[in-house]
Design a binder for this molecule. Structure first.
Ligand SMILES: *[C@@H]1O[C@H](CO)[C@@H](O)[C@H](O)[C@H]1NC(C)=O
Ligand SMILES: *[C@@H]1O[C@H](CO)[C@@H](O)[C@H](O)[C@H]1NC(C)=O
Ligand SMILES: *[C@@H]1O[C@H](CO)[C@@H](O)[C@H](O)[C@H]1NC(C)=O
Ligand SMILES: *[C@@H]1O[C@H](CO)[C@@H](O)[C@H](O)[C@H]1NC(C)=O
Ligand SMILES: *[C@@H]1O[C@H](CO)[C@@H](O)[C@H](O)[C@H]1NC(C)=O
Ligand SMILES: *[C@@H]1O[C@H](CO)[C@@H](O)[C@H](O)[C@H]1NC(C)=O
Ligand SMILES: *[C@@H]1O[C@H](CO)[C@@H](O)[C@H](O)[C@H]1NC(C)=O
Ligand SMILES: *[C@@H]1O[C@H](CO)[C@@H](O)[C@H](O)[C@H]1NC(C)=O
Ligand SMILES: *[C@@H]1O[C@H](CO)[C@@H](O)[C@H](O)[C@H]1NC(C)=O
Length: 778
């Protein structure tokens, strides 16, 4: 009945309740690293279960063999690198014979979950809520607001003195130092702080916590700090407890048993990046009423509000497909995290967003999806990014809790800001975004070389001098690696700036950055072939020296057929030139000028042949973002039916609603947004006004834009009879192309009708999607 709260939903006759179609456990085994705990959309606090799984990057693991080690307050979702955050674990201690006998270390306290008769773990998750039953019959439930978590522990009757522990030192990496921990003997309030290592960089951040308890009691019956397995009854200050770094430290409080039946204890834990006082204030302000159900309902409503903006007709659609759609959409609203009011770096009245992890992953699809249904949030993120640039000199790239982590490739704050500007330029002032500041921020990345381009900005001086990043530059300021992939990405970044310059009527700049966008060609070596194959596939992006001659990287390098079995993960000593994908994959990556790419690859037939060869030989890499657009690239060869076929193959093979339904890390929702677009029959071109079009998995799908109060609906005529788009009308008028839709279709409450056929040989209806060299972008 909550649906009735949203008047715009009522008007949609077939309103789907997205909350019925969510599986938060997708990707919680097998390297997806997704976070299934409780958070509000883009919440700073993400409270969830931590396990002793080697893949516990988001704390959780869906396999019952792993033990529970705590319920911590901060997480990321879908990341690689070291285990992030997982700070300030709470843990219920079941039944030790006396306070001093309680085993408090992470290894001695860890506990398995209850396993259901079918072998699955007894865990449950829905938006804003997580619960589990431990094997010792303690029930744990979690919910949260933006900066505060609320835990509910239900101890079985035989727990004579229910106890709860606060673990200060076991963050995800066990990196904690400089800790404080105080206990108030009257109330049991525990306040704590520490310094922690970030997970994909070399910086540290401070975090602060404030835990209060509520139950049928006025205060604790026992309390004290602990070190290793030695709880110290009646102590109040960890600093008086022979605190030494490298040991496990925290606090333990015990409460009276309710007398008969289970004992329920609420634990409220506020978090701050500033001070302990701020952490307490966050908790007191956000959850003054201690009302678990109220907090949960508020969170649910926020989720429903966002997810309900996308509506689908599920007639004739497998439930798993709908679940895959909404669950993927859900994961695009976990990060970036809203840390407004918690910026440890400087004071500002602008919003502050963090957990960009990393922009290299998310610029391609996550932000273009946000453009479609969440412009206000997008504007706050953009304002926060601009504020970071003003204070640090460059846009954020890969960020955690105020730290600058490693840049993966180009400066991809640029296409994110450009994506926002290109689509919302008529609304920037009402959204509080300064066009001038936004443009200045783009120019800073493009023109100014930072002192260390491993952590911000890009190697702008070299890019400007050579038009590529030479393999053998001796310039200081960052690692001499990933030169080719960075060159290709800098070109796209400059393309995105050119589009903003054009719309701001900065004609000279538009010409300059358009020209720099064409620099990808400087890294194209037309004479390279793939060794040991019969097909004639020639021309690849390759490493190039400063004197203009070429070095050589086998095109198969970093693919599953790499004869040397290399990976392309981040490593300062790699000289092969590529990051997280093969030269074969990167040689398809010129999203802004596929028309030129087709020429470089020998024309349309050769281009189609190469795409087919990539798929048929396993070079398509579903686990890394540079491959994401490849299935859609037949559009540029006037063969959109071939794209549709590859899209379906890709989803079918690699993405599903099982626990292992992701082929690799979700990357902060980057894979979620990718799957969403494929199911919606679309693929975005970031920083342009175009979306590539194919057929959705639903007879209708609609997008509500709350800023514009517009709802655009895509309707498939003949749904089920074929999946290839034969013709397109927009508001009953034949559309210029069957291969893409312009942005204005989505701003004007349009009805797009697709006529479907089973003939794969359909074409684009006379108008190919734009490329820079074939007339550019409107
Ligand atoms: C879980 O904990 C138990 C008891 O400490 C231990 O025997 C078991 O090996 C642990 N499981 C894993 C996966 O580490
Ligand atoms: C809990 O502890 C009490 C007191 O030591 C003991 O009598 C009881 O058997 C214990 N229960 C469990 C389930 O361990
Ligand atoms: C845990 O146990 C309770 C009953 O005590 C049950 O209602 C619940 O469904 C179980 N599972 C989870 C995940 O909470
Ligand atoms: C901005 O407004 C103008 C004038 O109404 C319109 O022509 C243009 O399409 C709008 N641009 C965008 C990106 O919505
Ligand atoms: C260009 O530079 C590379 C790397 O330093 C060197 O091996 C090569 O001999 C040079 N070629 C010319 C023509 O200078
Ligand atoms: C040329 O490429 C090879 C193979 O990747 C690499 O080992 C070598 O260091 C490169 N040479 C230079 C000067 O970067
Ligand atoms: C689900 O996706 C995963 C990851 O790509 C894959 O390994 C698995 O085989 C798929 N499962 C099914 C039933 O298709
Ligand atoms: C739906 O997905 C579940 C896994 O989440 C799988 O067990 C089930 O077989 C799927 N159903 C269909 C009809 O594909
Ligand atoms: C939004 O549009 C609907 C019709 O699509 C209209 O009924 C409603 O009044 C509009 N709301 C606002 C705030 O303009």
């Amino acid at each position: 009945m909550k649906l009735l709260l949203y008047s715009w939903l009522v008007s949609v006759v077939t309103a789907t309740d997205p909350l019925q179609y969510l599986n938060l456990f997708i990707g919680t085994v097998n390297g997806g690293h997704t976070f299934p705990g409780a958070t509000v959309p883009h919440g700073m606090v993400k409270v969830g279960m931590d396990t002793d799984s080697p893949g516990n990057h988001a704390g959780y693991d869906g396999e019952g063999i792993y033990n529970v080690t705590g319920f911590s307050q901060l997480h990321q979702s879908g990341t690689g690198g070291q285990v992030p955050l997982s700070n300030f674990k709470l843990f219920p201690i079941h039944n030790c014979s006396a306070f001093e006998q309680c085993l408090t270390t992470i290894d001695s306290r860890k506990t398995l979950r209850h396993i259901r008769p079918d072998g699955s773990v007894d865990d449950y998750a829905s938006p804003g809520y997580f619960s589990t039953n431990l094997s010792n019959s303690i029930r744990v439930e979690l919910t949260s607001t933006r900066r505060t978590a609320l835990h509910r522990y239900t101890f079985p009757e035989e727990s004579t003195t229910p106890r709860i522990l606060l673990d200060v030192t076991n963050d995800g990496q066990v990196s904690t130092n400089d800790i404080t921990m105080l206990i108030d003997p009257e109330t049991g309030r525990m306040t704590a702080s520490g310094s922690f290592a970030d997970s994909f960089g070399i910086a540290r951040y401070n975090a602060y916590a404030c835990v209060d308890f509520k139950g049928e009691f006025s205060g604790p019956v026992e309390y004290g700090p602990y070190k290793i397995n030695y709880p110290d009854l009646w102590g109040t200050d960890i600093q008086q407890h022979y605190y030494t770094w490298g040991y496990e430290h925290g606090g333990l409080v015990g409460f009276p048993n309710s007398g008969s039946g289970p004992t329920t204890i609420l634990a409220r834990i506020g978090i701050s990046l500033l001070t302990v006082e701020q952490a307490c204030e966050n908790a007191e302000q956000e959850i003054a009423d201690w009302d678990f159900e109220r907090v949960l309902q508020d969170s649910e409503e926020q989720w429903l509000n966002i997810l309900g903006r996308i509506q689908v007709d599920t007639e004739g659609v497998d439930d798993n497909t709908t679940t895959l759609l909404y669950s993927s959409l859900y994961r695009t609203h976990i990060a970036p995290a809203d840390l407004t009011g918690e910026n440890p770096g400087w004071s500002s009245s602008e919003p502050y967003y963090d957990s960009f992890y990393c922009n290299w992953d998310t610029y391609r699809t996550l932000f273009p999806l946000m453009s479609l249904h969440d412009p206000e949030r997008f504007s706050l993120i953009v304002r926060g990014m601009i504020d970071i640039q003003k204070n640090e000199g460059w846009l954020p790239e890969c960020r955690e809790m105020g730290t600058k982590q490693f840049v993966q490739g180009g400066s991809h704050g640029d296409p994110i800001l450009a994506e926002f500007f290109i689509k919302y330029q008529n609304h920037t002032s009402s959204l509080g975004v300064s066009d001038q500041d936004l443009y200045n921020a783009l120019l800073a990345d493009a023109e100014n070389t930072p002192p260390n381009w491993n952590i911000q900005g890009r190697q702008a001086d070299v890019w400007k001098e050579f038009g590529y990043v030479p393999s053998n530059t001796m310039y200081r300021g960052g690692a001499n690696t990933k030169q080719v992939s960075r060159s290709i990405e800098y070109a796209f970044d400059d393309f995105s700036i050119s589009q903003v310059a054009k719309d701001l009527d900065k004609t000279e700049d538009a010409i300059k950055y358009t020209s720099r966008a064409g620099n990808f060609m400087n890294s194209w070596n037309g004479n390279i072939n793939v060794p040991d194959i019969e097909e004639d596939i020639s021309g690849f992006f390759q490493p190039r020296f400063a004197n203009g001659t070429w070095n050589y990287t086998d095109p198969r390098h970093c693919s599953i057929h790499d004869p040397t079995g290399s990976t392309c993960f981040l490593n300062a000593i790699r000289r092969d030139g590529f990051y997280e994908s093969s030269p074969i994959v990167y040689s398809q990556y010129v999203p802004h000028d596929t028309a030129t790419l087709i020429e470089l690859q020998g024309g349309v037939d050769k281009f189609i042949g190469r795409l087919d060869w990539i798929f048929d030989n396993g070079y398509f890499d579903s686990t890394d973002e540079p491959s994401q657009q490849i299935p859609f690239m037949y559009h540029y060869a006037d063969k959109p039916g071939y794209s549709a076929r590859r899209v379906r193959e890709t989803i079918h093979k690699y993405f599903n609603t099982s626990l292992n339904g992701l082929p690799g890390n979700d990357d902060s929702g980057a894979m979620g947004s990718y799957v969403f677009f494929y199911l919606a029959g679309m693929y975005p071109l970031p920083a342009t006004k175009q979306y590539l079009l194919s057929s959705p998995y639903f007879p209708t799908i609609s997008f509500f834009n709350p800023l514009l109060n517009s709802t655009t609906k895509i309707v498939s005529k003949g749904f089920g009879s074929g999946m290839y788009v034969k013709s397109v009308t927009v508001n009953q008028i034949p559309y210029k192309s069957t291969c893409f839709l312009d942005w204005d279709v989505f701003t004007t409450s349009s009805t797009v009708v697709l006529e479907l056929t089973d003939d794969v040989e359909v074409n684009c209806g006379g108008s190919l999607p734009p490329s820079l060299s074939s007339g550019g972008y409107d």
